[in-house]
Design a protein around this ligand. Structure first.
Ligand SMILES: [Cu+2]
Length: 70
């Protein structure tokens, strides 16, 4: 079942940051789409089934940023 999880990521400043977050989060199993709003830091993650919040936090950390609200 498809669902969307929205988190807030702190520290993104440009299109490169957006691409890095999109890439890392997109590698999480089950993720089918990642939509990033640079201005607000909102990251909408479309997935098949439930997302593991720890996996999302790890992916954002891998990209070099931090989840401030999930
Ligand atoms: Cu950047």
């Amino acid at each position: 079942m498809s669902r969307t999880t929205t988190i807030t990521v702190q520290g993104m400043t440009c299109g490169h940051c957006v691409a890095a977050v999109r890439h890392e989060v997109g590698l999480i199993p089950g993720v089918t789409g990642v939509d990033v709003d640079l201005d607000s830091g909102a990251v909408a993650i479309a997935s098949d089934g439930d997302l593991d919040p720890a996996a999302v936090a790890a992916a954002v950390d891998e990209a070099g940023y931090e989840v401030v609200r999930s």
